[in-house]
Ligand binder design. Structure first.
Ligand code: BES
Ligand code: MN
Ligand code: ZN
Length: 505
């Protein structure tokens, strides 16, 4: 599908479908009004008959509306005009895309992008409309059989245009389109990697995908650290997790250096646990398949690298993905084992299922020692506790640098991929005290308390020298059997904002 931005009159569009909004209490948007007038009140009569009352997210499709050149006119409920906000805009855009998908229309023009959203501009409207639409149209069929793939319904919509009110608004609209499409490409890559099952998407597979990314985008350079390299670096924590698996671990490094020569990069470190069975502290069987999503933090690094390469952002970024499986084996970590991390900190592995922090701590030390990043952000499906705390609405954010936290929270708000901050106070430090090692990998007091903060507290032992933020995305990166692509939008928006703050050279 191709997306466009234009500025034109709704009644003059020669397309298969024109999309216009209706506010609650039967109050048509401007574009709907124009069509209503030109058709001698077709829309008014639909509303009078009670088929469209403007309730947010409802849709009605009309055919052969007089006074227009379009085959169809879709009415989309927008809810109360006074409360038409960012969420409402996204819901209306999603509803329009879902309804479009059920029609045979091959092209469409939407006027929903005309509707003002408080505090946002047309660049935002178009970007959000693109993100909502690409989300609806996303499918994952790579793993279906040849016959089933042939029989898949064809996707009819080929061209979707988002209209802006004035020619003057076109540059903003184009910018929104460009950013929206780049983020969508990153989200889609992250989703694909997530949906691939553990037997296909192994650490080795992820490493190959990184090489592919470097082959497609010249500014991206990939480096893969093998088990032997990790041994040399003393990554005893990462290696201890992969000992339980027959798949060799990989430390995937992707450099994108399009900023100023001497500017330190922003490091993105993503948990790439391609399947988490828990290890010897094995997980219960129910829904264990969903632990194929335990690499979504890593997948978001891939998606973000792709998006910033598409946007050619003038910025230095390094993506680091420690990749491993966590399985029970004769050589696996055992509860009570003590391992030595690259930082020299010894760790008592009291629960082999708290493996994310073990692979991340060495990757974070590697990031610090190799790049001295200006900022370091890690993304991980780290704790079930964050799902209890925040559900699938917000990712958990913890940071040792308030300004970085604010920048990430703001970027998330901007793009509809929100996080909520949890504290990282020193009062929690004592909870990971170990009897015989420097620290334990789970709480040694208050067993079920503050699980998400304890995870971050552990990581913080390895990030004291960096301006660092941790995103726990266990609740947001996937919902049930579906990957969402989060936190790619937040990360890309953050990097777009960073690039805008300091233009190159
Ligand atoms: N990958 C899991 C966290 C997770 C749980 C992600 C549910 C998505 C859905 C992580 O490795 C894990 O097992 N964490 C443990 C930590 C505990 C042992 C301290 C958890 O949250 O139960
Ligand atoms: Mn685990
Ligand atoms: Zn895990």
């Amino acid at each position: 599908m191709e997306y466009f931005v234009k500025s034109g009159n709704p009644e003059k569009q020669r397309v298969a479908c024109v999309v216009v909004g209706i506010f609650e209490r039967r109050s048509p948007s401007e574009a709907a009004n124009v069509i209503d007038k030109g058709s001698d009140g077709v829309i008014a009569s639909v509303m009078r008959r009670g088929d469209m009352d403007g309730k947010l997210g409802t849709t009605v499709i009309l055919h052969n509306v007089p006074g227009t050149f379009a085959d169809r006119v879709m009415l989309v409920g927008l809810g109360r005009e006074r409360s038409f906000d960012e969420t409402a805009f996204r819901k209306a855009s999603t509803a329009a895309a879902r309804a479009l998908r059920t029609t045979g229309a091959i092209d469409a023009v939407s006027y929903l992008t005309h509707i003002p959203v408080k505090g946002r501009d047309f660049q935002w409207n178009v970007a959000q409309a693109v993100l909502a639409t690409t989300d609806v149209y996303y499918r994952f069929d790579e793993c279906r059989g040849a016959k089933a793939r042939e029989a898949l319904p064809v996707q009819k919509l080929e061209r979707y245009t988002f209209d802006v009110p004035r020619r003057f608004d076109l540059p903003a609209g184009e910018k929104g389109l460009n950013e929206g499409l780049a983020i969508a490409a990153g989200v889609s890559l992250a989703k694909d990697l997530g949906h691939l099952p553990g037997n296909i998407c192994t650490p080795t597979y992820l490493a190959e995908q990184a090489k592919k990314l470097a082959a497609s985008y010249t500014p991206i350079k990939t480096k893969i650290l093998e088990k032997a390299d990790m041994e040399k670096l003393g990554m005893g924590a990462l290696l201890s997790v992969s000992r339980g698996s027959r798949q060799p671990p990989k430390l995937i490094v992707m450099e994108y250096m399009k900023g100023r020569k001497n500017e330190k990069p922003i490091a993105l470190v993503g948990k790439g646990l391609t399947f988490d069975a828990g290890g010897i502290s094995i997980k219960p069987a129910a829904a264990m398949d969903e632990m194929k999503f335990d690499m979504m933090g890593g997948a978001s690094v891939f998606g973000t690298m792709k998006a910033i390469a598409e946007l050619k952002l003038p910025i230095n970024v390094v993506g680091i993905v420690p990749a491993s499986e966590n399985l029970p084996d004769g050589d696996a970590n055992k509860p009570g084992d003590i391992v030595t991390s690259m930082a020299g900190i010894t760790i008592e592995v009291l629960n082999t299922d708290a493996e994310g922090r073990l692979i991340l701590c060495d990757a974070l030390t590697y990031a610090e020692q190799t790049y001295q990043p200006s900022f370091c952000i890690d993304m991980a499906t780290l704790t079930g506790a964050v799902i209890i705390a925040l559900g699938s609405v917000a990712s958990g954010l913890m940071t040792n640098h308030p300004a970085l936290g604010r920048a990430l929270l703001g970027a998330g708000e901007q793009v509809g991929d929100r996080a909520w901050e949890l504290p990282l106070w020193p009062e929690y430090d004592g909870n990971i005290a170990s009897e015989h090692a420097d620290i334990a990998n789970i709480a040694t007091k208050g067993a079920r308390e503050a699980g998400t903060i304890i995870g971050a507290t552990f990581l913080h032992r390895f990030t004291k020298n960096m301006k660092w933020a941790h995103l726990d995305v266990a609740g947001t990166a996937s919902i049930g059997k579906r990957a969402t692509g989060r936190p790619v939008p937040m990360l890309v928006q953050y990097l777009i904002n960073q690039a805008a703050r300091r233009p190159a050279r």
